[in-house]
Design a protein around this ligand. Structure first.
Ligand code: A3D
Length: 320
């Protein structure tokens, strides 16, 4: 059987890391696409030369032509610009919306059967626009944010509790922005939820609140340190987890920016919710019950995403 084909649209910091991870995990052959001439070709050649040392079999190709993504099984989109210190994700909307138009059209023409994972910010609006421009079915176009935000939450919790990261589970829902909703009640250490751990005296409510806020600010903390761009290792590995779930039909339950129509009281928009990813793409949205506080935070986050969608429609009337 032929190897799966993974097309990476955008060969920048995240795109290069995605290519490395996809090759080392032997998820398939990799095509790196970018508008910058030489960048995807150079990265593909450099990464291919890791093969003999790391012992993987994958063909890596760099290109500036959409024709080379033909027949891709998975497309992961990072094309666009990242933020710099002082910028919010929303400041990227104008530039990245235009990029989503060309990427959506490229995927529509050359890889209409792919499972598409968008990473470009502002995430919830860009994945919606990409779906609109590509015309692919909603369950085959998804945004990566929740896996990353949950990983940040899990990391901070494992440090606080001094336990293995493997034993910490967490959920972060809502839009991928300042209003994201780390779900304290549904996050656990070895199955014990965080409110119970506070009652047991293992941490304090104040420390937990601090970790929740640090999770919300997790992207900005890294932008502030790097100064020239945003996080790329953890975003890449998070998207690879989603791609692997699709390619291997793993039925993983992962928080993703998915198209929600009916669940959570929403009527047709992309926002971060728990989903099941398998060979069918987004196979299910897990409509968990929120309490009044969680619902209020989720509603606020949904409103923030709706504001971005309105901004997209104002910029590009074809989306209205
Ligand atoms: P960067 O290293 O700048 O790579 C972006 C690449 O896109 C560059 O190589 C550009 O040449 C290329 N590009 C620009 N326009 C086009 C186009 N029209 N077609 C194809 N390629 C194009 O950025 P990065 O890899 O660090 O980040 C990429 C995106 O991911 C940014 O929008 C970030 O804000 C976003 N991001 C999202 C998350 C989430 O959790 C959702 C996390 C981190 C970064």
């Amino acid at each position: 059987m032929a190897r799966p084909k993974i097309a990476l649209i955008g060969a920048g910091q995240i795109g290069g890391t995605l290519a490395h991870l996809a090759a080392t995990k032997e998820l398939g052959d990799v095509v790196l696409f970018d508008i910058s001439e030489g960048t995807p070709q150079g990265k593909a050649l450099d990464l291919a030369q890791c093969g003999p040392v790391e012992g993987f079999d994958a063909v890596l190709k760099g290109t500036n032509s959409y024709a080379d993504i033909a027949g891709a099984d998975v497309c992961i989109v990072t094309a666009g610009v990242p933020r710099k210190p002082g910028m919010s994700r929303d400041d990227l909307l104008g530039i990245n919306l235009k990029v989503m138009k060309s990427v959506g059209e490229g995927i529509k023409e050359h890889a209409p059967n792919a499972f598409v994972i968008c990473i470009t910010n502002p995430l919830d609006a860009m994945v919606w626009a990409l779906r609109e421009f590509s015309g692919l079915p909603h369950h085959k176009v998804v945004g990566m944010a929740g896996v990353l935000d949950a990983a940040r939450f899990r990391h901070f919790l494992s440090v606080e509790f001094n336990v293995s990261m493997r034993d910490v589970t967490a959920f972060v829902l809502g839009g991928h922005g300042d209003t994201m909703v780390p779900m304290v009640r549904y996050s656990t250490v070895g199955g014990i939820n965080l409110p119970d751990l506070v009652s047991m005296g293992w941490t304090t409510q104040e420390k937990l609140d601090g970790i929740v806020q640090r999770t919300r600010d997790g992207g900005a903390e890294i932008v502030g340190l790097l100064k020239t761009g945003s996080a790329f290792y953890a975003p890449a590995t998070s998207a690879i987890e989603m791609a692997e779930a699709y390619l291997k039909d793993q039925k993983r339950l992962l928080p993703c920016a998915a198209y929600v129509d009916g669940a959570f009281g929403l009527d047709g928009m992309y926002v971060g919710v728990p989903t099941i990813i398998g060979a069918g793409g987004i196979e299910k949205i897990v409509d968990i019950k929120l309490n009044a506080d969680e619902q209020a935070m989720f509603d606020k986050s949904v409103d923030a995403v709706k504001g971005l969608l309105a901004a997209c429609k104002a910029i590009d009337p074809s989306l209205a």
